[in-house]
Design a protein around this ligand. Structure first.
Ligand code: NAD
Length: 260
C-alpha cells in the first residue's frame, strides 16, 4: 500500500503517465498529475484518481520546458498535498527527422522536456526527500536510453542522458533512503507512438502497416506492444518499500528488444 504517500507524476494526462498515476492512486497515494489536454477530460481524470485513492488528487498545467513553471509545479504540490515521496519523471515528446534536417527548435524542446526537466524536478524534490529519509524517483526512459534508431537523434540523446543522470543521482542519494531508477519500455501503444507513424511513413516512404510491423515491432521480438499497465506495475513496485535496494538501475520492459 502507498497510503499516506504523495506522488508527483509528470506527463500524466495521457498514456504511460496516466496509467502510473492510476496505479499509484489505486494503492492509496495522493497524486499530483501534470500535462496538457482538454480541461474537462483532465478534471474527470483528477476526480477519478480521488475515487481510486480516497486521498487528494490535484493537477498542474506546468509546461516542463519552462524552468519557472517546474519550480511553481513543485511548490504547488508541496503547499497543496505536501512534498512528494514519489516523483515520476514521465513527460516526454518525440520528433522524427534525419539529423541534418532536424529542426533546431525541436531539438531544444526535446532536450528541455525529456532531459533537463528530469534534472529540475529531481533537484527540487530531493531536499524534502532527504529530510523525510524516504524518496523514490522513477524516470520513464526508453529502450532508446540503451540503443538508437535512425532519425531520432534528440530523443535518443536525451534518453541516454536520463540513464546517466539516474546513475549519478543514485550514487549521490544512496545513503539517504532515496532510490532513483529508469524504466525503459520498448514500443508502448500510446498517442506518442501513434503520432510518429505519419512522420516515419514520410521519412522512410512506407505505408502505415509497414511502419507498425517492419519498423516498430521489428525491433521487439515479442511482436506485441508493451501495455501501459505493465509499465505502471513496474513503477508501483519501484515505489514500494520492497524495492529499497534497487537504485541506479535501468529496467528494460522491451519484449527482448535490447537483448538482441
Ligand atoms: P503521451 O504522448 O501519451 O503522453 C505524454 C504526456 O506528457 C502527456 O500527458 C502530455 O500532455 C505530457 N506533455 C507533453 N509535453 C509536455 C510539456 N511540455 N510539459 C508537461 N507535460 C507535457 O506519451 P507516452 O507514450 O505515454 O510517453 C510517456 C513517456 O514514456 C515519455 O517520456 C516517452 O518518451 C516514454 N516512452 C514511451 C514509449 C512508447 O512507446 N509510447 C516507449 C518508451 C518510452
Amino acid at each position: 500500500t502507498l497510503e499516506g504517500k504523495r506522488a508527483l507524476v509528470t506527463g500524466s494526462t495521457s498514456g504511460i503517465g496516466l496509467a502510473i498515476a492510476q496505479r499509484l492512486a489505486d494503492a492509496g497515494a495522493s497524486v499530483m498529475i501534470n500535462g496538457f489536454g482538454d480541461p474537462q477530460e483532465i478534471e474527470a481524470i483528477r476526480a477519478d484518481l480521488e475515487q481510486r485513492s480516497g486521498a487528494k488528487a490535484i493537477y498542474s498545467d506546468a509546461d516542463l520546458t519552462d524552468v519557472a513553471a517546474i519550480d511553481k509545479m513543485v511548490g504547488d504540490c508541496t503547499s497543496e498535498i505536501g512534498s512528494p515521496h514519489i516523483l515520476v519523471n514521465n513527460a516526454g515528446m518525440q520528433h522524427v527527422a534525419p539529423v541534418a534536417d532536424f529542426p533546431v527548435d525541436k531539438w531544444d524542446k526535446i532536450i528541455a522536456l525529456n532531459l533537463s526537466a528530469v534534472f529540475h524536478t529531481t533537484r527540487l524534490v530531493l531536499p524534502a526527500m532527504r529530510h523525510k529519509g524516504f524518496g523514490r524517483v522513477i524516470n520513464t526512459a526508453s529502450a532508446h536510453s540503451l540503443v538508437a534508431s535512425p532519425n531520432k537523434s534528440a530523443y535518443v540523446a536525451a534518453k541516454h542522458g536520463v540513464a546517466g543522470f539516474t546513475k549519478t543521482v543514485a550514487l549521490e542519494t544512496a545513503e539517504d533512503g532515496i532510490t532513483i531508477n529508469c524504466i525503459s519500455p520498448g514500443y508502448v501503444w500510446t498517442p506518442l507512438v501513434e503520432k510518429q507513424i505519419p512522420d516515419t511513413m514520410k521519412a522512410r516512404g512506407l505505408t502505415r502497416e509497414e511502419v507498425m510491423n517492419d519498423v516498430l515491432l521489428k525491433a521487439q521480438p515479442t511482436k506485441r506492444f508493451v501495455t501501459v499497465e505493465e509499465v505502471a506495475a513496474c513503477a508501483f513496485f519501484l515505489a514500494s518499500d520492497e524495492a529499497a535496494s534497487i537504485t541506479g538501475a535501468n529496467i528494460s520492459m522491451d519484449g527482448g528488444w535490447t537483448a538482441q
